[in-house]
Design a protein around this ligand. Structure first.
Ligand SMILES: [Zn+2]
Length: 268
């Protein structure tokens, strides 16, 4: 669970570091912050990262709730900032010299900046739009990576093709959503009902065809799949007949990979 949280944090933070105004940035920020803080809180104060539901299930706290935990346990080091002191024991480290202090591995949590970011992103979190995320918010998010339970950002940064493709896909989804809005519901409905006509007529050809998949933008089963993902799950690249969204092969492979990982977790 901790690894998964750290990875989610690292991937989302890497996207925002490249482009903090990417469509849906508020949602990406929230996902990064919630997972990052949950990993930190679970490491520092185990159990306090979640609450117990009526049915006995544990549910991860929202980012604001996790920041409250941090505020309960740590005093302000400077106004608006709480610091998790470096507790790692380093033995065998060469002397730093009489006049030099050893390097600090304290973790700075800019609580006020992060709370402000949540305020800014909340109203647009589930809608389209870029929100009002500022570079200072993303900087505060990135500082969390110093914590021993995270430290995933450099790994995520190295996967720069993945980061670029995530950003490209977010802009592509926004473009298609704008187009969908332009054509209106009646036209979308008409196109969706005719989507099947884009499949081959001959039964033999149809058998080999990748068919139609549900489109993540318009939700119609109208995404004409034209190539196959690496795992052969039918999440290939293609174009939506209704809203014109183009799912790239890279995005398709990534989704197939996520699906495989999720399935693996369930199997375990
Ligand atoms: Zn669509």
């Amino acid at each position: 669970m901790q690894t998964e949280r750290a990875e989610q944090y690292g991937r989302c933070a890497a996207i925002l570091e490249q482009d903090f105004q990417v469509p849906g940035a508020g949602g990406v920020f929230d996902q990064a912050l919630t997972n990052g803080l949950a990993a930190i809180v679970a490491h520092e104060w185990p159990g306090e990262e979640s609450t117990v539901q009526k049915n006995g299930d544990r549910r991860m706290k929202a980012a604001s709730g996790l920041l409250s935990v941090i505020r309960t346990h740590l005093d302000e080091s400077t106004p608006g900032i709480r610091t998790i002191p470096d507790k790692e024991v380093r033995s065998g480290i060469p002397f730093w010299g009489e006049d030099k202090d050893p390097p600090s591995f304290d973790v700075t949590i800019e609580v006020d900046v992060l709370l402000d970011a949540l305020d800014q992103t909340q109203p647009v979190r589930h809608a389209r739009g870029i929100g009002a995320l500022a570079e200072a918010h993303v900087d505060a998010l990135i500082k969390l990576d110093d914590h021993i339970s995270l430290r995933r950002l450099s790994e995520a940064r190295q996967d720069s093709e993945w980061v670029k493709d995530q950003i490209r896909d977010r802009y592509e989804q926004q473009r298609a959503a704008d187009y969908l809005h332009l054509i209106g519901e009646a036209e979308a409905e008409r196109r969706a009902s005719g989507a099947i006509e884009y499949l081959p007529v001959a039964s033999k050809e149809r058998l080999l065809d990748f068919g139609l998949d549900e489109c993540p933008v318009c939700s119609y089963e109208a995404l004409r799949v034209t190539d196959m993902d690496d795992f052969g799950l039918g999440v290939g690249g293609g174009t939506c007949i209704v809203c014109s969204y183009v799912r790239s092969s890279a995005t398709a492979d990534d989704q197939a990979m996520d699906f495989m990982i999720a399935r693996h977790i369930v199997d375990d």
